[in-house]
Write a protein of this length. Sequence first.
Length: 374
Amino acid sequence: MEYNEDFIKGLLFEKIAGTISEGDNFIAEKAILADPDTRELWEELKLKMKKPGTASFLSGLDETKAWENVEPHLPGIPVRSFYQRNWRYISAAAMLLIGLPLMWYFFNKQQLIPQEKGTLQQQVYIRTDNGKIIELTAGRTINMDGATVHTKQKELSYAPAGGGNKDWATLHVPPTKDYKITLPDGTEVWMNSASSLRFPYSFDKKTREVYLTGEAYFEVTHNPQLEFIVHTGFADIKVHGTSFNVNAYNVKNFATSLITGSVSATKGNESIMLKPNQQVSYRNETLIIKTFDPQEVLSWRNGTYYFHNQPLSEIAQVLSRWYDVKINWESPAVSEQTFTGEIDKKLPLGVVLSNLELSSGIKAKLESGILTFR
């Protein structure tokens, strides 16, 4: 893989300044590992950051003054548009004042994003706690420090290396993708698009715990002596051996849907036990229970999304994850329109939008990765 030199330099300055996004950090770390020149530059930047006074300088950084220092050196670039596109780089730009001359390479280019970026950000990968990035392609055996990973098409399994390794790693599934992971106890987890699962190399002797962001379907191996806990940002789900779905993209849509067995959902001091075909969600700062349609809740595993009287705002969230687009509303009223139907993930986005337009008065336009409804 060839890297755009100026783009990677820009990412390294973001990384050293602490303003880099997770996706861009993945690209930067991959370049550091693969390219000797990038690695040399990264080591140089780290050395410069260790100079006396650097930490105190950054802690007292004034972004406005930083911009005033950088702006005169940006000939030919409209100030307002440049600022709007690159506001998060201003802190890094201010490091010009402490002797990082290579920043000129970054700010002398207007087109910073290479073709490779979109490709890299579409990869399923593991990030270890020591910062190592592992892309997951089918048919690989990967020796991590503490675990051996085996990959097949759209799934992986792993086994701890022994010795009770306490390290953790995170599996990242990007928009448009889905993936399956089998944990060392045999528990299977199917992950939806734009989701991540933080997991240990080996479970301890008291509990089995993982951390979920996004959506996943779990089939937990039965073990009454070893409780299984799924931590989310909204509630903790505790099980012994069962199958259930967790949607934890955001608090509004948070839901745990029990298929078989039993689980409990805990939020603070509140705990609710579920029976099969019951779903717990979070509304008005409290947990509530209702029944659900398993076909509708689990349809994402087959690449289909069923919806019944759902507002377009919720349907649009699925479109964003499945087709990797950003959503824009010209009118809030449009987002409140409700629909009943289904979306097939295998269909092009244009076909899906045409079906929505034919069934309602809305209009949709896709331009530069932004889907606008009006």
